[in-house]
Design a protein around this ligand. Structure first.
Ligand code: AMP
Length: 249
């Protein structure tokens, strides 16, 4: 295959303890470590392995967001992607708009495989890949824990309640990644230097003709309730009493 496109979203690093702004309008991102969404790192790792096996020629990494997303695209290039595209916008994008933008890039680049994370860990939507497949009118294989390519088809193993489900889809297709698909590589310093010379194109969102009108409004963000301090009980009788006192038994 010629091209694989991988979508990477810039999100608050998963190790950061997220803080909600006092007015409930969002989470604090100033001075906070930002990273590639972990599932998107897995998506990129998979694309790189496919290319390294000689089954693809080029891996293009794409992101939608503010100019800061260049940092995550550079990390993607340092991991091994061949080139990057940033669709630049200061607006918050809902999954449908993100999918519409990705479709525009697909129309420009004609990849045979598009890999996304199963969900972005900031908003936990898990919608973009599915919407993209519908808009593109191509098959989707979501939550992949194994991916094999043969003769214009992708065979994807998915973890479902009953065990492992294996499905086959015709390419081009959309695949979204689950945690166990692979372990992404670490970026080495020389690769970071090399990545500075790789092409990173910026396209203003307005050039793609995709609107960012919201379909829903986030009315409030609130941190999870603080856990109450626990108590120590002497024995089972004490435990039963404590549960009774709380009206739990
Ligand atoms: P979501 O539907 O928001 O949970 O996102 C699912 C996946 O879609 C992510 O793991 C990314 O691969 C992709 N995606 C969503 N939003 C963006 C974005 N702004 N830029 C790049 N990729 C995105």
């Amino acid at each position: 295959m010629q091209k694989i496109m991988v979508a990477v979203k810039r999100v608050v690093d998963y190790n950061v303890r997220v803080r909600v702004k006092p007015d409930g309008s969002g989470v604090v991102t100033d001075g906070v470590k930002m990273s590639i969404n972990p599932f998107d790192e897995i998506a990129l790792e998979e694309a790189l392995r496919i290319r390294e096996r000689g089954e693809a020629e080029e891996v293009i990494v794409v992101s939608i967001g503010a100019s800061d997303c260049q940092q995550q695209l550079r990390t993607g290039l340092a991991m091994g992607a061949d080139r990057a595209i940033l669709v630049e916008t200061g607006d918050r994008l809902e999954p449908l708009a993100a999918a519409q933008v990705l479709l525009k890039l697909i129309e420009r680049e004609s990849p045979e495989l598009v890999i996304l994370g199963k969900q972005a860990i900031d908003d936990d939507n898990s919608q973009t890949g599915q919407m993209l497949a519908a808009l593109w009118d191509r098959p989707q294989a979501t939550f992949a824990s194994k991916l094999e390519l043969t003769d214009g088809k992708a065979t994807v193993t998915r973890e479902v309640d009953a065990g492992l489900e294996v499905i086959e889809v015709d390419l081009p297709a959309v695949v979204t990644t689950d945690l166990r698909l692979n372990e992404p590589r670490y970026v080495k310093l020389p690769d970071i230097m090399k990545a500075k010379k790789k092409p990173l194109d910026t396209v203003p969102l307005a050039d793609l003709g995709v609107g960012t009108d919201a379909q829903f409004k986030i009315t409030n963000y609130a941190p999870p309730e603080q856990r109450q301090k626990g108590i120590m009980v002497e024995d089972v009788a004490g435990l039963v009493k404590a549960l009774k006192d709380k009206g739990l038994v």
